[in-house]
Design a protein around this ligand. Structure first.
Ligand SMILES: Nc1ncnc2c1ncn2[C@@H]1O[C@H](COP(=O)(O)OP(=O)(O)OP(=O)(O)O)[C@@H](O)[C@H]1O
Ligand SMILES: [Mg+2]
Length: 162
């Protein structure tokens, strides 16, 4: 089957608590339930998508940090979840140091795009990227890697302003 054109979707909003992670988990689970092979990339150091999908912190030996640093590929990092057809590249707190480590590199914004252009990433029908509540290097990597962006928001005055 041909892959959909908008198969890498970043879920972002610099405002916190607006439903990014819940959207990532629910949309990914729904797609997996109709038989799509789905990968969630947890780019938030909080790791809520990973925790929400049952991945214990102690079992996260590698994470999206290793993808961004470039020392490991997608196949090394991913873990199965409790949901059939749904795989996750988990997050660890190491992500907090990414800006310090690669912030001076010319390709710093394209590290995730590079990792997701690999043959092992092409196995997935959909890749959903869950972002932190900040417009930082992690979110920039997610935006540069995606073909479309989903912005959950709350219908409140300050959410509209900022
Ligand atoms: N559609 C919804 N309706 C009502 N509550 C929701 C909805 N989506 C998420 N929530 C609740 O809102 C809270 C924040 O959701 P979530 O963690 O998904 O937001 P987030 O944008 O990922 O937060 P953060 O910016 O901290 O990563 C959670 O308690 C969640 O259960
Ligand atoms: Mg979140």
């Amino acid at each position: 089957m041909n892959k959909p054109k908008h198969r890498i979707i970043t879920i972002a909003n610099q405002k916190g608590g607006v439903g990014k992670t819940t959207t990532a988990i629910n949309l990914a689970t729904a797609l997996a339930a109709i038989g799509e092979n789905v990968l969630i990339v947890d780019l938030d150091p909080q790791g809520n998508a990973s925790t929400g999908l049952g991945i214990d912190r102690r079992s996260r030996l590698l994470s999206t940090y290793d993808l961004l640093i470039g020392e490991h590929g997608v196949a090394d990092v991913v873990m199965p979840t409790v949901v059939p057809n749904l795989t996750i590249a988990p997050s660890t707190m190491d992500l907090l140091g990414v800006e310090m480590e690669i912030g001076q590199q010319p390709d710093r914004v394209y590290r995730l795009r590079q990792a997701l252009s690999s043959p092992e990433a092409a196995e997935y029908d959909y890749i959903l990227i869950d972002c932190p509540p900040s417009f930082n290097l992690l979110t920039m990597n997610a935006l540069a890697a995606a073909q479309s962006v989903l912005v959950p928001l709350q219908c409140e005055f300050f959410a509209l302003r900022d």
